[in-house]
Design a protein around this ligand. Structure first.
Ligand SMILES: [Zn+2]
Length: 423
């Protein structure tokens, strides 16, 4: 039998109490959905509006002053009004049939840390602004980083006319979310006195679990290149075409797919994937005439990614030349890497150490709101372990003890960030 928790540990300002409260809040947000039995919260929907209202109430209870920006994102502030401000936050919208942690953890764990450090923060040398972005996943309008782009002034006025599947223009959803379409063309605050932006997010990968660590500090959000390769040979009868007369597109695509795996094995930190394949005519007794594969190549250093991509392209050319077939390399998109600032990497590593956790760094293979914020300030990110790396799925799960660890690190961070700026 374990002893009942002490009175102090039960209070929201204690470690047990704040972890319990955060867990309950995650559950409460997880109840808000457009589709019963799922978590599906698109931008401007009733469930999103309710989520923002709930988070706003919690921010107010934590002693923060709360404002809404042009797209309805919440900005809760605590600390001296004229002091430099550290921004913390993440998003409260979700993908279709999501988990409870992707986004909300990055809002509610900082909220708990602020509650715990409240008295120090109210008299501290730095202000903290906690942001709950109203849309990141882009479920309803197929946008990316909608709210954080609007926050930093990167929203394009033409986007107001984009419609959802029911023909509802984005401008209308912005009004529903508590925003003001006319204000979207300017940034939500002046960033002159902002000290940085730090985001907590679930890892969405298995590295921390393999390292047996609750948290890790992000080095960079990896750059990404993606596109398709068409291998164009000739369809032919499977029985009547001897080996030396074949122009088999699928064999070339298979060789290329293995080359992608080779590139990944030979280049530390590179992740490269062929995730999609289309084969024509895709019939059992016909030699494939045309095979298309996708590629997705990511690395935290842009020059490494670009060299890997050039090498893959040369390899594809070599394969088709040898096999006497044709190639169409259809490059779709490049996103540059977003490095985390040295200052926030260092401060986060110190905060992790102060929370008695082994400091560890890893890159992020996925994009986050920090990508937008990097346009206006120094950014840092802290990843939290999630079970088996599963995300964007109802099975997405973060252990209770890991929530506690994240709050511990953030408490160290907000206290330390104030000291740094006071020097
Ligand atoms: Zn997310």
């Amino acid at each position: 039998m374990s002893a009942p928790p002490s009175h102090e540990a039960d209070a929201p300002s204690g470690r047990l109490g704040s972890t319990q409260l955060t867990s309950e809040r995650l559950d409460a947000l997880g109840q808000l959905t457009e589709v019963a039995g799922e978590i599906t919260r698109g931008y401007g929907t009733d469930s999103l509006v309710e989520s923002l209202a709930l988070v706003e109430r919690w921010m107010l209870e934590a002693g923060m002053t709360v404002t809404r920006d042009s797209v309805g994102s919440l900005v809760g502030r605590i600390g001296p009004a004229d002091a430099p401000t550290l921004l913390l936050g993440s998003h409260v919208d979700s993908v279709r049939n999501a988990g409870r942690f992707d986004g909300p953890l990055g809002v509610l764990a900082p909220l708990a840390a602020i509650e715990r450090a409240r008295s120090s923060l109210e008299e501290g040398a730095i202000g903290i602004a906690l942001i709950a972005f109203a849309d990141e996943e882009g479920l309803r309008y197929r946008s990316s980083y909608l709210a954080s782009r609007a926050f930093v002034g990167l929203f394009e006025p033409a986007e107001l006319d984009i419609t959802d599947d029911d023909g509802v223009p984005l401008a209308e959803a912005i009004r529903a979310a508590g925003g003001d379409p006319a204000a979207t063309s300017s940034p939500s605050m002046s960033f002159g006195s902002v000290a940085g932006y730090v985001e907590v997010h679930i890892e969405q990968g298995p590295v921390l679990q393999a390292e047996d660590l609750p948290v890790g500090v992000v080095t960079a959000i990896a750059g990404q290149s993606r596109g398709f390769v068409d291998f164009i040979g000739s369809a032919g009868h499977a029985g009547n075409t001897p080996h030396h007369l074949r122009r088999d597109a699928l064999l070339a695509a298979a060789e290329f797919t293995l080359a992608v795996d080779d590139a990944m094995q030979q280049t530390p930190g590179l992740v490269a994937t062929v995730g999609r394949i289309e084969n024509a005519p895709n019939v059992g007794n016909v030699i494939p005439g045309k095979t298309t594969v996708s590629y997705d190549v990511r690395h935290q250093e842009d020059d490494v990614r670009e060299r890997a991509l050039d090498a893959l392209r040369a390899r594809a050319r070599e394969i088709v030349d040898r096999r006497g077939i044709d190639l169409d390399w259809r490059h779709l998109q490049d996103h540059r890497a977003v490095p985390m600032s040295a200052r926030w990497r260092r401060t986060l590593l110190e905060a992790v150490e102060n929370a008695d956790i082994r400091p560890f760094e890893l890159p992020s293979g996925a994009g986050h709101d920090a990508v937008s914020l990097a346009h206006v300030t120094d950014v840092g990110m802290l990843f939290c372990r999630c079970r088996d790396g599963v995300s964007h799925h109802p099975d997405e799960f973060v252990e209770y003890d890991d929530i506690a660890a994240v709050i511990d690190v953030l408490e160290q961070l907000v206290l330390k960030a104030g000291l740094d700026d006071a020097r």
